[in-house]
Design a protein around this ligand. Structure first.
Ligand code: FMN
Length: 372
């Protein structure tokens, strides 16, 4: 048995990519997973990170904004890219271009719920058509020899659960692994992640499976792995303001000290400034991160108010340094839990930090507006 497991791991696409056996991934996150944030997550233990979802149409029309989003920093050891498209041909064409770019692996998005995306047949818009799923993965496979995967949901809605057909189509189209977000397109984040269906999927398919949904701590990741047998986990909202989750998942090291917090937040600010300059979109994007970083500290409310009124990234530095000094002065040197707990004592997303549906629907909408 042991030999079989070792052999399977050795031959897995993850060992080809040189990942750790834990396979801890940072999800592609629209409006969030740019290279400053990806580098922070990698430095704390993420095995593989992704550029946010890219539109195949935008790639084919050579949208400058899209090519800007595809930037890889020289320090990034492993990087994936994710694409979505209106047709198999379009996805194949875009992947032929991505194949020549410095990405280690390519994912096809079949789960994005954003209305503007779905309306064009992109993201989860493909889920009701397993034949198109097959053709899309096949076209992708014919366009690249790089490790290829697809990320999808259990189905369009609870009445039309068709993941077995979709998973079969992904596998027979030639993907090397798949990632399942264990919810339906019609679900919001309040819906539980269906571990039973993920376990059934793992039993059914012959390629590795990555589990996604509600991973906020090491115990969530272990629980998902134990209940489903997935080959790794992909973290999404759990990394917002808490990139230390990767350290927790990789080595069980918690909690976060004020020195570590200050160090990482200042590093993120610095990298953000280096990439985007001191104001404009870089400052807007960083403000969102800082609001998330403030979680778990006393006095966070005041810090949040201050962050909201800051225009320049350079002004944020002082806020962070002063805030950390204040925490030390008052003896608050260990961060408290950043998430509330549900009735099963599991961490859950705090709707206060929400933007909830806006998080992947709203952020995606803005981004998609200009490219679809
Ligand atoms: C801000 C934000 C942006 C997202 N962008 C993407 C994306 O570009 N591609 C993708 O496959 N999923 C995207 N998602 C969905 C997540 O990857 C993930 O499937 C979902 O949040 C469920 O995981 P969670 O419960 O751990 O957050 C996004 C989610 C959020 C919160």
């Amino acid at each position: 048995m042991e030999t079989t497991i070792k052999k399977a791991l050795k031959d897995s696409p993850f060992s080809t990519l040189g990942l750790s056996e834990s396979n801890i991934l940072l999800a592609p996150l629209a409006g969030v997973s740019d290279h400053p944030f990806r580098r922070i997550c990698s430095s704390l233990g993420a095995d593989l990170t992704y550029v946010e979802m890219i539109s195949a149409t935008a790639m084919i029309y050579e949208s400058r904004r899209t090519f800007d989003m595809l930037k890889r920093h020289e320090s990034e050891a492993k990087l994936g890219v994710q694409i979505t498209g209106r047709s198999a041909e379009e996805v194949g064409q875009a992947i032929a271009v991505l194949d020549k770019m410095p990405f280690d692996t390519i994912d096809i998005n079949m789960g994005c719920p954003v209305s503007k995306v779905v309306k064009n047949g992109c993201g989860s818009g493909i889920l009701r058509d397993p034949e198109r799923v097959f053709k899309t993965v096949k076209a992708a496979r014919d366009s690249t020899d790089k490790p290829l995967s697809a990320k999808f949901r259990l189905g369009w809605d609870h009445q039309s659960m068709n993941w077995p057909e979709v998973a079969d189509a992904i596998e027979s189209g030639g993907a090397d692994w798949m990632t399942i977000h264990g919810r339906f397109r019609s679900d919001d984040y309040g819906a539980p992640v269906n571990l039973e269906q993920i376990a059934a999927m793992k039993r059914r398919i012959g390629i590795p499976l990555i589990g996604n949904g509600n991973i906020f701590s090491r115990s969530d990741a272990l629980y998902m792995r134990e209940c489903t047998g997935v080959d790794g986990v992909m973290v999404s909202r759990g990394a917002l303001g808490n990139p230390w989750i990767f350290r927790d998942l990789a080595s069980g090291q918690t909690p976060v000290t004020i020195d570590e917090w200050e160090d990482v937040v200042l590093k993120h600010l610095k990298w953000q400034q280096e990439e985007y300059g001191n104001s404009g979109s870089g400052a807007v994007c960083m403000r969102k991160h800082l609001l998330w970083y403030a979680k778990g500290w006393p006095g966070a409310k005041k810090l949040r108010e201050e962050i909201n009124s800051v225009e320049l990234l350079s002004d944020c530095e002082n806020l962070v340094v002063n805030f950390a000094a204040g925490c030390r002065d008052s003896g608050e040197t260990l961060r408290a839990d950043v998430w509330p707990k549900d009735q099963d004592n599991r961490f859950m997303w705090d709707p206060k930090f929400d933007m909830d549906r806006k998080l992947d629907r709203g952020v995606g909408d803005d981004q998609m507006e200009s490219i679809l």
